[in-house]
Design a protein around this ligand. Structure first.
Ligand SMILES: [Zn+2]
Length: 157
């Protein structure tokens, strides 16, 4: 077996009145993420980590925001396409680790629901998915959130 690692990053600004999606889960909040799609930074960071691990173009190249097909699209579509490409190349996921840097809302009440949903979408055991919520503590004081994801893949060959 040989291994591949991928790193993904995403950030979006908040927009009042938009639904907030994180890891494909609707979160109760006054604002969602501004963006062409649903702005789900967690799914975007995971998708980009996956695509880079398998040497595919990044999310912005595959799903350009000038393309009307992706307007208000569920980001699950992007992740599923990345997963399809990964399986076609003979890889499977060993584990993924995500850091979500966001002051509000707190992610802890939703953590298990998000992990369950990611496990369902990605067909990965829950114990192989880690999500950590971090407060920004003075870092990057704007009205948005950022997410990092690192993913490890294995190839049976
Ligand atoms: Zn994004």
């Amino acid at each position: 077996m040989f291994l591949r690692i991928g790193l993904g990053f995403d950030s979006h600004e908040f927009e009042e009145g938009k639904p907030l999606y994180l890891g494909g889960v609707l979160i109760e909040h006054t604002a969602g993420f501004k963006g062409h799609s649903d702005g789900d930074i967690l799914l975007h960071a995971i998708t980009d980590a996956l695509l880079s691990a398998i040497g595919e173009p990044d999310i912005g190249e595959l799903f350009p925001d000038r393309d009307e097909r992706w307007k208000n699209a569920s980001s699950e579509v992007f992740l599923k396409e990345a997963l399809r490409r990964m399986r076609n190349k003979g890889f499977s996921i060993i584990n993924l680790d995500c850091v979500l840097v966001m002051d509000d809302p707190k992610i802890s009440p939703y953590k298990n629901i998000i992990v369950d949903n990611l496990s369902r979408i990605m067909h990965v055991d829950k114990t192989a998915i880690s999500i950590k919520g971090k407060r920004r503590e003075g870092f990057c004081k704007d009205k948005g959130a950022v997410c990092y994801c690192v993913i490890l893949l294995g190839h049976e060959s």
